[in-house]
Design a protein around this ligand. Structure first.
Ligand SMILES: Cc1ncc(COP(=O)(O)O)c(C=O)c1O
Length: 362
Protein backbone atom coordinates (compact mmCIF):
# COMPACT_ATOMS: atom_id res chain seq x y z
CA UNK A 1 0.00 0.00 0.00
CA UNK A 2 1.30 3.48 -0.84
CA UNK A 3 0.46 5.38 2.36
CA UNK A 4 -1.25 8.77 2.12
CA UNK A 5 1.20 10.11 4.71
CA UNK A 6 4.55 8.93 6.05
CA UNK A 7 7.30 10.74 7.97
CA UNK A 8 10.75 10.73 6.39
CA UNK A 9 13.24 9.86 9.13
CA UNK A 10 16.79 8.62 8.70
CA UNK A 11 20.13 7.95 10.34
CA UNK A 12 20.52 11.67 11.11
CA UNK A 13 17.46 11.69 13.38
CA UNK A 14 18.59 8.44 15.05
CA UNK A 15 22.03 9.94 15.72
CA UNK A 16 20.53 13.19 17.05
CA UNK A 17 18.22 11.34 19.46
CA UNK A 18 21.02 9.01 20.56
CA UNK A 19 23.18 12.01 21.45
CA UNK A 20 20.40 13.40 23.64
CA UNK A 21 19.86 10.06 25.38
CA UNK A 22 23.59 9.73 26.01
CA UNK A 23 23.65 13.25 27.49
CA UNK A 24 21.13 12.18 30.15
CA UNK A 25 19.21 15.45 29.59
CA UNK A 26 15.85 14.10 28.44
CA UNK A 27 13.46 16.93 29.34
CA UNK A 28 13.79 20.53 28.19
CA UNK A 29 17.42 21.55 27.72
CA UNK A 30 19.85 23.01 25.18
CA UNK A 31 18.35 21.31 22.10
CA UNK A 32 14.98 23.00 22.65
CA UNK A 33 16.66 26.41 22.83
CA UNK A 34 18.67 25.65 19.70
CA UNK A 35 15.53 24.51 17.87
CA UNK A 36 13.63 27.65 18.89
CA UNK A 37 16.45 29.84 17.55
CA UNK A 38 16.84 27.91 14.29
CA UNK A 39 13.11 27.70 13.56
CA UNK A 40 12.40 31.36 14.30
CA UNK A 41 15.34 32.41 12.10
CA UNK A 42 13.96 30.18 9.35
CA UNK A 43 10.59 31.97 9.62
CA UNK A 44 12.29 35.36 9.91
CA UNK A 45 10.82 36.17 13.31
CA UNK A 46 12.60 37.32 16.47
CA UNK A 47 11.25 34.66 18.83
CA UNK A 48 10.23 31.02 18.79
CA UNK A 49 8.60 29.26 21.74
CA UNK A 50 8.61 25.45 21.49
CA UNK A 51 5.77 23.41 22.98
CA UNK A 52 4.55 19.83 23.04
CA UNK A 53 1.89 20.24 20.32
CA UNK A 54 0.40 22.59 17.76
CA UNK A 55 -2.76 22.66 19.85
CA UNK A 56 -0.73 23.97 22.81
CA UNK A 57 0.77 26.60 20.46
CA UNK A 58 -2.72 27.90 19.57
CA UNK A 59 -3.93 27.70 23.19
CA UNK A 60 -0.87 29.53 24.58
CA UNK A 61 -1.11 32.23 21.90
CA UNK A 62 -4.78 32.93 22.64
CA UNK A 63 -4.17 33.10 26.39
CA UNK A 64 -1.10 35.32 25.92
CA UNK A 65 -3.04 37.87 23.86
CA UNK A 66 -5.72 37.93 26.56
CA UNK A 67 -8.57 35.99 24.95
CA UNK A 68 -11.14 34.81 27.50
CA UNK A 69 -14.84 34.38 28.30
CA UNK A 70 -17.13 36.71 26.34
CA UNK A 71 -14.64 37.10 23.47
CA UNK A 72 -15.29 35.80 19.96
CA UNK A 73 -12.56 34.41 17.71
CA UNK A 74 -13.30 33.82 14.02
CA UNK A 75 -11.93 30.64 12.47
CA UNK A 76 -12.54 28.98 9.10
CA UNK A 77 -15.05 26.15 9.25
CA UNK A 78 -12.89 23.93 7.06
CA UNK A 79 -9.81 23.00 9.09
CA UNK A 80 -8.61 20.57 11.75
CA UNK A 81 -10.60 20.58 15.01
CA UNK A 82 -7.82 22.14 17.14
CA UNK A 83 -8.04 25.50 15.36
CA UNK A 84 -11.42 26.01 17.04
CA UNK A 85 -11.13 23.83 20.16
CA UNK A 86 -8.19 25.97 21.32
CA UNK A 87 -10.61 28.94 21.41
CA UNK A 88 -12.94 26.99 23.71
CA UNK A 89 -9.98 26.03 25.93
CA UNK A 90 -9.72 29.74 26.82
CA UNK A 91 -13.44 29.98 27.60
CA UNK A 92 -14.00 32.08 24.47
CA UNK A 93 -16.43 31.50 21.58
CA UNK A 94 -15.36 30.22 18.16
CA UNK A 95 -17.25 31.79 15.23
CA UNK A 96 -17.14 29.98 11.91
CA UNK A 97 -16.43 31.66 8.56
CA UNK A 98 -16.75 30.04 5.15
CA UNK A 99 -13.89 29.28 2.78
CA UNK A 100 -12.96 30.07 -0.83
CA UNK A 101 -13.69 27.28 -3.25
CA UNK A 102 -10.41 27.74 -5.14
CA UNK A 103 -7.99 27.58 -2.20
CA UNK A 104 -9.93 25.85 0.64
CA UNK A 105 -8.86 28.85 2.77
CA UNK A 106 -10.87 31.42 4.71
CA UNK A 107 -12.98 33.79 2.61
CA UNK A 108 -12.24 37.44 3.52
CA UNK A 109 -15.88 38.30 2.67
CA UNK A 110 -17.21 35.67 5.06
CA UNK A 111 -14.73 36.80 7.72
CA UNK A 112 -16.11 40.32 7.42
CA UNK A 113 -19.70 39.06 7.73
CA UNK A 114 -18.91 37.27 10.99
CA UNK A 115 -17.37 40.29 12.76
CA UNK A 116 -19.24 41.59 15.82
CA UNK A 117 -18.43 43.96 18.66
CA UNK A 118 -17.16 40.93 20.59
CA UNK A 119 -14.63 39.79 17.97
CA UNK A 120 -11.14 39.97 19.48
CA UNK A 121 -9.10 37.83 17.10
CA UNK A 122 -9.18 35.62 14.03
CA UNK A 123 -7.17 32.51 13.30
CA UNK A 124 -6.29 32.16 9.64
CA UNK A 125 -5.25 28.66 8.61
CA UNK A 126 -2.75 28.04 5.81
CA UNK A 127 -4.63 24.88 4.93
CA UNK A 128 -2.96 21.96 3.13
CA UNK A 129 0.24 24.05 2.81
CA UNK A 130 -1.22 26.98 0.88
CA UNK A 131 -1.10 30.46 2.51
CA UNK A 132 -4.49 32.10 2.96
CA UNK A 133 -5.17 35.56 1.48
CA UNK A 134 -2.99 37.32 4.06
CA UNK A 135 -3.23 40.87 2.63
CA UNK A 136 -7.04 41.22 2.57
CA UNK A 137 -7.38 39.37 5.88
CA UNK A 138 -4.69 41.50 7.59
CA UNK A 139 -6.37 44.67 6.27
CA UNK A 140 -9.70 43.67 7.84
CA UNK A 141 -7.97 42.82 11.13
CA UNK A 142 -6.12 46.12 11.18
CA UNK A 143 -9.22 48.19 10.38
CA UNK A 144 -11.25 46.42 13.07
CA UNK A 145 -8.44 46.33 15.65
CA UNK A 146 -8.48 42.54 16.05
CA UNK A 147 -5.48 40.22 16.36
CA UNK A 148 -4.45 38.06 13.43
CA UNK A 149 -3.13 34.63 14.44
CA UNK A 150 -1.70 32.27 11.85
CA UNK A 151 -2.38 28.56 12.15
CA UNK A 152 0.62 27.35 10.14
CA UNK A 153 0.43 23.76 11.41
CA UNK A 154 0.34 22.49 7.81
CA UNK A 155 2.57 25.05 6.12
CA UNK A 156 6.20 25.02 7.34
CA UNK A 157 8.20 26.89 4.70
CA UNK A 158 5.21 28.16 2.68
CA UNK A 159 5.48 31.76 1.45
CA UNK A 160 3.12 34.62 0.70
CA UNK A 161 4.60 37.18 -1.68
CA UNK A 162 8.11 35.98 -0.84
CA UNK A 163 7.69 36.02 2.96
CA UNK A 164 7.51 32.90 5.11
CA UNK A 165 4.24 32.08 6.87
CA UNK A 166 4.39 32.47 10.63
CA UNK A 167 5.75 36.02 10.24
CA UNK A 168 2.53 37.91 9.36
CA UNK A 169 0.28 37.77 12.42
CA UNK A 170 0.86 38.53 16.10
CA UNK A 171 1.90 34.88 16.22
CA UNK A 172 2.38 31.87 13.94
CA UNK A 173 1.44 28.45 15.33
CA UNK A 174 3.14 25.33 13.98
CA UNK A 175 2.70 21.61 14.64
CA UNK A 176 5.39 18.94 14.40
CA UNK A 177 3.07 15.93 14.39
CA UNK A 178 4.69 13.04 12.44
CA UNK A 179 2.75 13.53 9.18
CA UNK A 180 3.43 17.28 8.95
CA UNK A 181 5.94 18.76 6.47
CA UNK A 182 8.54 18.31 9.22
CA UNK A 183 8.26 16.53 12.57
CA UNK A 184 9.63 16.46 16.10
CA UNK A 185 7.74 13.28 17.01
CA UNK A 186 5.02 15.45 18.52
CA UNK A 187 5.47 19.15 19.17
CA UNK A 188 4.60 22.71 18.32
CA UNK A 189 6.15 26.16 18.04
CA UNK A 190 4.91 29.73 18.18
CA UNK A 191 6.83 32.30 16.14
CA UNK A 192 6.44 35.97 17.01
CA UNK A 193 8.20 39.33 16.91
CA UNK A 194 6.68 40.40 20.24
CA UNK A 195 9.04 39.75 23.19
CA UNK A 196 6.33 40.35 25.84
CA UNK A 197 3.99 37.86 24.13
CA UNK A 198 6.73 35.25 23.95
CA UNK A 199 7.51 35.76 27.66
CA UNK A 200 3.83 35.29 28.63
CA UNK A 201 3.68 32.10 26.58
CA UNK A 202 6.84 30.74 28.21
CA UNK A 203 5.26 31.23 31.60
CA UNK A 204 1.94 29.69 30.51
CA UNK A 205 3.57 26.50 29.21
CA UNK A 206 5.68 26.08 32.34
CA UNK A 207 3.25 26.17 35.30
CA UNK A 208 3.05 29.97 35.34
CA UNK A 209 6.55 30.15 36.81
CA UNK A 210 8.21 33.57 36.76
CA UNK A 211 11.32 31.91 38.20
CA UNK A 212 11.98 28.50 39.70
CA UNK A 213 9.16 27.69 42.16
CA UNK A 214 7.74 31.21 41.98
CA UNK A 215 4.29 30.90 40.36
CA UNK A 216 2.56 34.12 39.32
CA UNK A 217 -0.27 32.57 37.30
CA UNK A 218 -1.85 29.20 36.54
CA UNK A 219 -0.08 27.48 33.70
CA UNK A 220 0.32 24.03 32.18
CA UNK A 221 3.17 21.70 31.40
CA UNK A 222 3.21 22.15 27.63
CA UNK A 223 7.02 21.96 27.32
CA UNK A 224 8.83 20.30 24.45
CA UNK A 225 11.51 17.77 25.41
CA UNK A 226 15.09 17.72 24.07
CA UNK A 227 14.54 14.40 22.27
CA UNK A 228 11.79 16.00 20.18
CA UNK A 229 13.84 19.14 19.58
CA UNK A 230 16.78 17.03 18.35
CA UNK A 231 14.49 15.41 15.76
CA UNK A 232 13.03 18.80 14.88
CA UNK A 233 16.44 20.40 14.33
CA UNK A 234 17.47 17.59 12.01
CA UNK A 235 14.19 17.78 10.11
CA UNK A 236 14.47 21.57 9.77
CA UNK A 237 17.70 21.08 7.80
CA UNK A 238 15.79 18.79 5.43
CA UNK A 239 12.60 20.88 5.22
CA UNK A 240 13.36 22.75 1.99
CA UNK A 241 14.29 19.49 0.25
CA UNK A 242 11.11 17.81 1.58
CA UNK A 243 8.98 20.71 0.33
CA UNK A 244 10.71 20.71 -3.07
CA UNK A 245 9.87 17.01 -3.41
CA UNK A 246 6.24 17.61 -2.42
CA UNK A 247 5.97 20.44 -4.97
CA UNK A 248 7.50 18.25 -7.68
CA UNK A 249 4.99 15.46 -7.03
CA UNK A 250 2.14 18.01 -7.00
CA UNK A 251 3.33 19.46 -10.34
CA UNK A 252 3.35 15.94 -11.75
CA UNK A 253 -0.26 15.34 -10.66
CA UNK A 254 -1.25 18.79 -12.03
CA UNK A 255 0.07 17.76 -15.40
CA UNK A 256 -1.02 14.14 -15.55
CA UNK A 257 -4.36 13.79 -13.77
CA UNK A 258 -6.99 14.80 -16.27
CA UNK A 259 -10.52 13.46 -15.92
CA UNK A 260 -13.98 14.94 -16.25
CA UNK A 261 -15.42 15.94 -12.91
CA UNK A 262 -12.11 15.96 -11.04
CA UNK A 263 -10.92 19.41 -10.01
CA UNK A 264 -7.23 19.73 -9.17
CA UNK A 265 -6.02 22.09 -6.41
CA UNK A 266 -5.39 25.68 -7.46
CA UNK A 267 -2.23 27.55 -6.65
CA UNK A 268 -3.17 31.16 -5.80
CA UNK A 269 -1.00 33.88 -7.39
CA UNK A 270 1.94 35.08 -5.26
CA UNK A 271 2.03 32.08 -2.94
CA UNK A 272 4.51 29.25 -2.50
CA UNK A 273 2.37 26.21 -1.73
CA UNK A 274 4.17 23.42 0.15
CA UNK A 275 1.51 20.75 -0.39
CA UNK A 276 1.07 19.30 3.07
CA UNK A 277 -1.81 17.64 1.26
CA UNK A 278 -2.59 17.36 -2.45
CA UNK A 279 -6.39 17.56 -2.37
CA UNK A 280 -8.52 16.86 -5.41
CA UNK A 281 -12.27 17.47 -5.64
CA UNK A 282 -14.40 14.64 -6.94
CA UNK A 283 -17.51 16.45 -8.15
CA UNK A 284 -20.87 15.04 -9.22
CA UNK A 285 -19.67 15.26 -12.84
CA UNK A 286 -17.21 12.46 -12.15
CA UNK A 287 -18.15 8.88 -13.06
CA UNK A 288 -17.38 7.76 -9.48
CA UNK A 289 -18.30 9.35 -6.18
CA UNK A 290 -15.47 10.48 -3.89
CA UNK A 291 -15.95 7.43 -1.67
CA UNK A 292 -16.08 5.04 -4.66
CA UNK A 293 -12.83 6.52 -5.98
CA UNK A 294 -11.17 6.08 -2.56
CA UNK A 295 -12.22 2.40 -2.53
CA UNK A 296 -11.09 1.85 -6.14
CA UNK A 297 -7.68 3.34 -5.32
CA UNK A 298 -7.36 1.28 -2.15
CA UNK A 299 -7.97 -1.86 -4.21
CA UNK A 300 -5.03 -0.78 -6.35
CA UNK A 301 -2.81 -0.33 -3.29
CA UNK A 302 -3.11 3.47 -3.02
CA UNK A 303 -3.96 5.08 0.30
CA UNK A 304 -6.06 8.26 0.36
CA UNK A 305 -7.75 10.31 3.10
CA UNK A 306 -10.58 12.78 3.52
CA UNK A 307 -9.50 16.09 5.04
CA UNK A 308 -12.11 16.88 6.35
CA UNK A 309 -15.41 14.99 6.14
CA UNK A 310 -17.32 17.23 8.61
CA UNK A 311 -16.82 21.00 8.64
CA UNK A 312 -16.45 22.49 12.12
CA UNK A 313 -19.80 24.32 12.09
CA UNK A 314 -21.42 20.84 11.80
CA UNK A 315 -19.43 19.20 14.60
CA UNK A 316 -21.72 18.16 17.47
CA UNK A 317 -19.56 19.89 20.05
CA UNK A 318 -19.67 23.22 18.16
CA UNK A 319 -23.36 23.34 17.19
CA UNK A 320 -24.18 25.75 20.00
CA UNK A 321 -21.67 28.27 18.55
CA UNK A 322 -22.65 27.76 14.92
CA UNK A 323 -26.22 29.05 14.90
CA UNK A 324 -25.32 32.15 12.87
CA UNK A 325 -22.74 30.47 10.64
CA UNK A 326 -23.54 29.77 7.02
CA UNK A 327 -20.71 27.94 5.31
CA UNK A 328 -22.11 26.49 2.07
CA UNK A 329 -18.71 26.18 0.39
CA UNK A 330 -17.29 24.21 3.33
CA UNK A 331 -20.40 22.00 3.23
CA UNK A 332 -19.91 21.23 -0.46
CA UNK A 333 -16.16 20.69 -0.36
CA UNK A 334 -16.39 18.35 2.65
CA UNK A 335 -18.31 15.96 0.38
CA UNK A 336 -15.84 16.24 -2.52
CA UNK A 337 -12.29 16.35 -1.13
CA UNK A 338 -9.82 13.48 -1.42
CA UNK A 339 -6.15 13.71 -0.41
CA UNK A 340 -3.59 11.80 -2.50
CA UNK A 341 -0.13 10.68 -1.35
CA UNK A 342 2.25 13.66 -1.77
CA UNK A 343 4.75 13.09 1.05
CA UNK A 344 8.48 13.17 0.19
CA UNK A 345 8.80 9.37 0.13
CA UNK A 346 6.44 9.01 -2.88
CA UNK A 347 8.70 7.77 -5.70
CA UNK A 348 8.55 8.81 -9.37
CA UNK A 349 7.13 5.37 -10.23
CA UNK A 350 4.49 5.61 -7.50
CA UNK A 351 3.26 9.05 -8.56
CA UNK A 352 3.03 7.89 -12.18
CA UNK A 353 1.08 4.82 -11.02
CA UNK A 354 -1.27 6.96 -8.87
CA UNK A 355 -2.05 9.41 -11.71
CA UNK A 356 -2.55 6.55 -14.19
CA UNK A 357 -4.89 4.69 -11.81
CA UNK A 358 -7.05 7.80 -11.27
CA UNK A 359 -7.29 8.41 -15.01
CA UNK A 360 -8.11 4.74 -15.59
CA UNK A 361 -10.87 4.28 -12.98
CA UNK A 362 -12.75 7.58 -13.33
C1 LIG B 1 -4.57 23.11 10.92
C2 LIG B 1 -4.11 22.46 12.20
N1 LIG B 1 -4.15 23.17 13.34
C3 LIG B 1 -3.73 22.66 14.50
C4 LIG B 1 -3.26 21.37 14.60
C5 LIG B 1 -2.89 20.81 15.93
O1 LIG B 1 -1.58 20.34 16.00
P1 LIG B 1 -1.20 19.12 16.97
O2 LIG B 1 -1.75 17.88 16.39
O3 LIG B 1 0.32 19.15 16.95
O4 LIG B 1 -1.74 19.45 18.31
C6 LIG B 1 -3.18 20.59 13.44
C7 LIG B 1 -2.64 19.22 13.50
O5 LIG B 1 -3.15 18.25 13.09
C8 LIG B 1 -3.62 21.14 12.21
O6 LIG B 1 -3.59 20.44 11.08
Amino acid sequence: MIPVAKPSLGVEEIAAVTTVIQSGMLAQGPRVQEFEGAFSRYCNTLHGVAMNSGTAALHATLVAIGIGPGDEVIVPSFTFFATASSVCMCGATPVFADIEEETFNISPDSLEEQLTGKTKAMIGVHLFGQPFAVRPVAKICEERGISLIEDAAQAHGAEYHGKKVGSFGVAGCFSFYPTKNMTAGEGGMVTTNDPALSERMRRFINHGQAEKYLHTSIGYNFRMADIGAAIGLTQLHKLDAFNAKRRETAAYYDKHIDRAGIILPENAPGVKHVYHQYVIRVTDKCRLTRDQLAIALREKGIGTAVHYPIPLHRQPVFLEYAKKSRCPVADTLAKEVLSLPVHPLVTDEERAYIAACINEVT
